[in-house]
Design a binder for this molecule. Structure first.
Ligand SMILES: *Cc1c(COP(=O)(O)O)cnc(C)c1O
Length: 378
């Protein structure tokens, strides 16, 4: 199956009992047993629900792994994955990781003895130098949020394997339509499905795919024990969103290309961050491991004041956190998604007060560019 076909025919299709072409929403908590332990595969919906199961099978097929898991949010998915580790274990993470990931690792999971080091994983030597005797995993986000840095998944996974570490990839920005980290050696892939997979700003969800039977068993144990599952309604919405992922990602890609070209030629824009630009430090790696560069672009307009002026004038870019939706969104990472990272740390990373991040939507590119032209006028 090719990629667009798999989005529609992967996982579990329809309902064999009724012939319904879409998977029904099984709004149910418990299941009748014909004798103790004699059931049809479902006992209680925290453990397993048919609608959620259909979604879990679908994401498993899309990422090319052994098992899929659906959670109530991306953060619930990330937390469950880190709960695979023990107190005293150490994880190496990408330094400009999603703000919520930084927060849960440094303010919540630290209380349970999870140790972490944040390094620029786009340079493999940094990962090598951060490995300790108690290190258990390398956690990569690529491209990163909001500076669109790229880590070589294949090289990082090879280094991790040589040192007996798991490789975990947050694949939210690329989606399996553009990038399948398991095919480059990753052990665990996770998503905030709230973004491109859902795609319509109407559901909060997280997905995980693991690439071994042991990890599948361990993560199901955590999911069932801690209970951060996705409900059947939201599972169904995600399945629906995923069916159009291919055409949405293709259209996003062409809109983004046009916008990046425009921004690069504009005098009010100091710097454009996008892996599709040839001068991006890891453009070649992005090209090697992903079939598209995505719809996230960050650019620096020089100051907080300039950023505010831009935001006030834009008509089609909605000021909002989140990304990956049909509508174009804009945010100021320093004061929004990355506000939970201390200012001195933000400056260290390059997340300046004048940095704005756009998530390019599915409007006409001409309208989006005209909007940027009028908003960037001094
Ligand atoms: C949004 C996001 C998350 C968190 O997901 P939620 O669904 O908001 O809990 C994690 N990683 C990345 C890259 C994100 O963009």
């Amino acid at each position: 199956m090719r990629r667009k076909t798999k989005l529609i025919h992967g996982g579990i299709v329809g309902d064999p009992t009724t012939g319904a072409v879409s998977v029904p929403i099984y709004q149910v908590s418990t299941y009748k047993q014909d004798g103790v332990g004699n059931h049809k595969g479902f006992e209680y919906s925290r453990t397993g629900n048919p609608t959620r199961h259909a979604l879990e099978e679908l994401i498993k097929d899309l990422e090319g792994g052994k098992a899929g898991f659906a959670f109530g949010s991306g953060m619930a998915a990330i937390t469950a994955v880190i709960m695979l580790f023990d107190s005293g274990d150490h994880v190496i993470l990408t330094d400009d990781v999603y703000g919520g990931t930084y927060r849960v690792i440094t303010k919540v999971l630290n209380r349970f003895g999870i140790e972490a080091t944040f390094v620029d994983t786009s340079d493999l030597d940094n990962i090598k130098d951060a490995i300790q005797p108690n290190t258990k995993a390398v956690y990569i986000e690529t491209p990163t949020n909001p500076l669109l840095k790229i880590t070589d998944i294949e090289a990082a996974a090879k280094l991790a394997k040589e040192n007996g570490l798991l490789t975990i990839v947050d694949n939210t920005f690329s989606t399996p339509y553009w990038q399948t980290p398991i095919s480059y050696g990753a052990d665990i892939v996770l998503h905030s499905a709230t973004k491109y997979l859902g795609g319509h700003s109407d559901v909060v969800a997280g997905l995980v795919v693991v690439n071994s039977d042991q990890l599948a068993e361990d993560l199901h144990f955590v999911q069932n024990s801690t209970g951060g599952i996705l409900g059947p309604q939201d599972s169904w919405l995600l399945i629906r969103g995923i069916k159009t992922l291919g055409i949405r990602m293709e259209e996003t890609e062409s809109n983004t290309k046009a916008i990046v070209e425009f921004l690069q030629g504009h005098s009010a824009v100091k710097k454009v961050y996008y892996p599709g630009i040839e001068s991006h430090p890891n453009h070649d790696i992005a090209k090697k491991q992903a079939q598209g560069f995505g719809g996230m672009v960050s650019f620096d307009v020089g100051s907080e004041e300039n950023a505010d002026k831009l935001l006030a004038k834009l008509k089609y870019f909605t000021l909002a956190e989140s990304l990956g939706a049909v509508e174009s969104l804009i945010s100021v990472p320093a004061r929004m998604t990355h506000a939970s990272i201390p200012k001195d740390r933000r400056d260290e990373l390059g997340i300046t007060d004048g940095l704005v991040r756009i998530s390019v939507g599915l409007e006409d590119a001409e309208d989006l560019i005209e909007d940027l032209i009028q908003a960037l006028k001094q």
